[in-house]
Design a protein around this ligand. Structure first.
Ligand SMILES: [Zn+2]
Length: 479
């Protein structure tokens, strides 16, 4: 009997594997089709009319010179997971994407800044980029007077879309990894740019065909005279592998360098001057930008807990804390088992300078933190620290942990009062970094300790009651 059971079990496991392999290949197929359909944006009739009017003004020299002063553009990011909260866009990729966007838009004179921390949305349909769901729900979710970008996990084949009716951008997570240009392309649409191959979206042009000599550049194609003729509405490697032929029978290849074409991301690097004028005009009409924002590149915060090489850290509610950095908009926290940053246990953007997180298992974990300003997400992580966790069985009387209890302020200065939450009789002992006892006292209520003239540095505070023990790191800072 046992061998039959094992055989069934074996078959079951094999079937699961085959299912997984089939799923893997269908995902591959989806990726290929995603490359064929990079973008689902269709500008509205009114946008096209406004664009044509503006382009006529360019022709008649009624448009002023490029605005050289930087406009700071409010950006609101939404990250969508499924109903279980799975499939979120990674904060690492987001930080890099925003950093890159500001480099790509520097010649445009736009600098994006975060108006609010990231919002997380759990919704099966939105996470699939379902257009019905987007129309139903996004109007209530978006933030007024900002550029709203939603990152979603999978589903529809397209990589990105700007939807004029609700005025939001949707980007598929896998299409905005480092160095990708999907977001730059969709932001171009947001600010009223059509594709360079405008008219050819269905495969053959429904418009007058743009000639290479530029003689009909204002009335054909995208209507810009400084973007070369382009008829290619599928993804292409640059340079294009074949020749196009214009209405005068001239052979040519399109310019691969524009963000608004469908060349591979690595080919794209710019907007044309007329495209930039158009985006500046659109931003002006929206009236949402401001003249300044904090764009300083911030140094990494000093970490407080867990301390480097801390061991026996209880996996329950591990306290991560660090010092505030002036002008910080938020802090990016990463925790990775064995310090493997490709598989993150924690990857979060936090407004606070501490957070408690449950981990699992008896493992070494590494953690690192960086500070970002509202307009600069390009900062680097500080050095990583490693600590060792220990699962503690429920019901154990002696809890040895560095994360229970609450000290405030921490770091504390000499002469300041250190407060400790307490509701029972406890014995408080403070050790210096050599493990020598330098303070020892009993308390029966909320504790306030005036810090004497001790050297700045790391100390350990031990709290003992009749059924609990915990140890916390205490930093004493220079006055
Ligand atoms: Zn597009």
């Amino acid at each position: 009997m046992k061998s039959i059971y094992s055989h069934e079990r074996y078959m079951f496991v094999m079937m699961q594997k085959i299912k997984f392999i089939l799923l893997f290949f269908s995902l591959l197929a989806m990726n290929i089709s995603a490359q064929e359909l990079p973008c689902a944006t269709q500008l509205s009739a009114k946008q096209i009319q406004d664009l044509r009017n503006f382009q006529q003004k360019i022709s008649q020299n009624q448009v002023g010179a490029l605005n050289k002063s930087t406009q700071f553009v409010p950006l609101k990011v939404h990250i969508i997971g499924n109903n279980q909260g799975l499939g979120y866009y990674s904060i690492s990729n987001l930080m890099q994407a925003l950093c890159e966007i500001n480099q790509r838009f520097a010649p445009v004179g736009f600098h994006f800044y975060l108006v609010q921390n990231v919002s997380y949305i759990n919704d099966d349909q939105l996470s699939l980029g379902n257009l019905d769901a987007i129309f139903d729900k996004v109007y209530d979710l978006k933030m007024p007077n900002a550029v709203n970008v939603f990152f979603h996990n999978s589903g529809n084949q397209w990589c990105g879309v700007y939807i004029p009716d609700v005025d939001v951008i949707f980007v598929k997570n896998s299409c905005q990894s480092p160095n990708a240009t999907t977001l730059a392309h969709e932001l171009g649409h947001f600010f009223n740019l059509p594709h360079t191959f405008y008219g050819w979206e269905g495969g053959s042009s429904f418009l007058e065909i743009e000639k290479v000599d530029g003689s009909n550049c204002r009335t054909a194609g995208d209507g810009f005279c400084d973007t070369k003729a382009d008829y290619v509405s599928t993804r292409w490697a640059c340079p294009l592998a074949y020749q196009l032929t214009d209405p005068n029978n001239v052979s040519f290849k399109p310019d691969s360098s524009f963000y608004m074409n469908y060349a591979f991301d690595a080919c794209q690097s710019r907007f044309s001057q007329e495209q930039i004028l158009t985006m500046q005009n659109d931003l002006r009409s929206r009236g949402v930008s401001k003249a300044s924002a904090l764009t300083s590149l911030l140094a990494a915060p000093n970490k407080i807990t867990p301390a480097n090489l801390d061991s026996g850290v209880s996996t329950k509610r591990v306290l991560f804390s660090w010092n505030a950095v002036p002008n910080a908009f938020a802090y990016h926290l990463q925790v990775a088992r064995f310090g493997n940053w490709s598989f993150l246990n924690v990857d979060r953007l936090l407004s606070d300078t501490s957070i408690e997180i449950d981990l699992f298992g008896n493992w070494p974990f590494a953690w690192r933190i960086k500070a970002i300003s509202e307009g600069n997400t390009c900062s680097e992580f500080g050095q990583a620290d490693t600590f060792f966790t220990q699962e503690i069985a429920a019901g154990t009387h002696e809890l040895v942990s560095t994360n229970a209890g609450f000290l405030y302020p921490n770091p504390v200065k000499r002469g300041e009062f250190l407060k400790l939450q307490n509701h029972e009789l406890v014995r408080v002992t403070i050790y210096n970094s050599l493990g020598e006892i330098i303070f020892n006292q009993n308390y029966d209520a909320t504790i306030g300790i005036e810090i004497p003239d001790w050297k700045a540095g790391l100390y350990y505070l031990e709290c003992l009651s009749n059924n609990k023990r915990y140890v916390k790191r205490l930093m004493i800072s220079e006055n």
